[in-house]
Design a protein around this ligand. Sequence first.
Ligand code: ADP
Ligand code: MG
Length: 277
Amino acid sequence: MQELVITNLHANVEGKEILKGVNLTIKSGEVHAIMGPNGTGKSTLSAIIMGHPKYTVTEGSIKLNGQEVLGMEVDERAKAGLFLGMQYPSEIAGITNSDFIRAAINSTSETKESLIKYIRRLDSAITDLKMDSDMTSRYLNEGFSGGEKKRNEILQLKMLKPKFAILDEIDSGLDIDALTVVGQNLTKEMEERSGEFGMLLITHYQRLLDHIKPTHVHVMLDGRIVKTGGSEIVERLEVEGYDRYKEEHGIEDVKEKRVSIGNCATSLGVNGNGSNN
Ligand code: ADP
Ligand code: MG
């Protein structure tokens, strides 16, 4: 059994506290969903799990099977079995998708996979994802549509077979058919490897969770997980939004809070909605 344990995680970006004590334990066989309004720190949490240098962790720990992850470089985290499917995947000209994925496999796994076996697996994964076969010979994400980039993240997941995958808004940019395909592929991955694979899905919408059933649902507000439960939370959010959770936890809207601390009041007046996204 695999276990990813996040304890009392606090983190800053540019001196601003974003994560304010996140606690989360994910085990293999589990599908966790984090839902929360824009700007609450969901992408921050995923980037920190993977080791993005932009963020400073000020307190807490992230342990993978008992081993502290926070001191590790990004490549060491990937070797240890962590995978991040990004909200905004980068385009990299000059390296083909196929070469990129093969290099990633070779640098994260102990054993070297033969080229024949690799191509066979890649072809089969491309077919499963209903992607065009020329996607493998094109440069990584270059000119890919939003939906193609997201499918490509799932292709990497299928090929790399990580212990834990964090998928940050993997559903954004996907049309309804693509969403079904991605959901089916993630469900299949989980069924085939449930003893050694766990997932963290970050999403705004119920629609992805219709295709891949979460075992745990968390509501994140203002840098903390304020509620954990099952699918009933998703249904409640669809109907009521986040206001009820905000009230229950005494969390003010970003706009009110910023004004109350006398910060950015002028710029809030300009953009008018207090949104920082
Ligand atoms: P979410 O994914 O939940 O929408 P993010 O984790 O992307 O939220 O962002 C959390 C907060 O961190 C936002 O208020 C965002 O503006 C802020 N933030 C992210 N990067 C920076 C940065 N470089 N400087 C200042 N604030 C940042
Ligand atoms: Mg985000």
